[in-house]
Design a protein. Sequence first.
Length: 163
Amino acid sequence: MFTTRPDASMNIACGASLGKRIGCGEVKPQYQALNHQAIAKDLIRVGHLLKDASDKNQTKMTLGFVVVGIHGTFYILSRAQEYLYLMCEIEHIQLPIVLAEIPLFLAQLDKVMNIVASFAQVARQEHHNYDRHPLTLTDHKLFAIIDPKTSRKRKSITSHYTH
């Protein structure tokens, strides 16, 4: 479920074939904008695929995005230390769907430039020297995190326990 191909993949082109993956993304139609579980699955999936791309290609940073309808959110995953990955939101922009919305898109040009600068940083392909890669959670464990049927009740620390 989480480890299959992404909706979009950013790869370095090597002649006629695709090379290293430097980013990926997921896309949802507008009618699923209120389906927070599906969007959470996509975000977890993007993080999972970015981590795997970073480990496989030994790159310090990878770029990801999640688009829901006309709204796009861009993320960067960087490997800060041997066992620490940081995934940060870069920008959230509204994408134009008709020519009349181009002025709205141009008004967000500072955000677009932040995304382009982040992509340029990722495309430099700085490598890390970590030999070990921490294991990624399995699909079953990742699904259990966002499963609505999973009980999230916790015992109160002020409750009295009977032994």
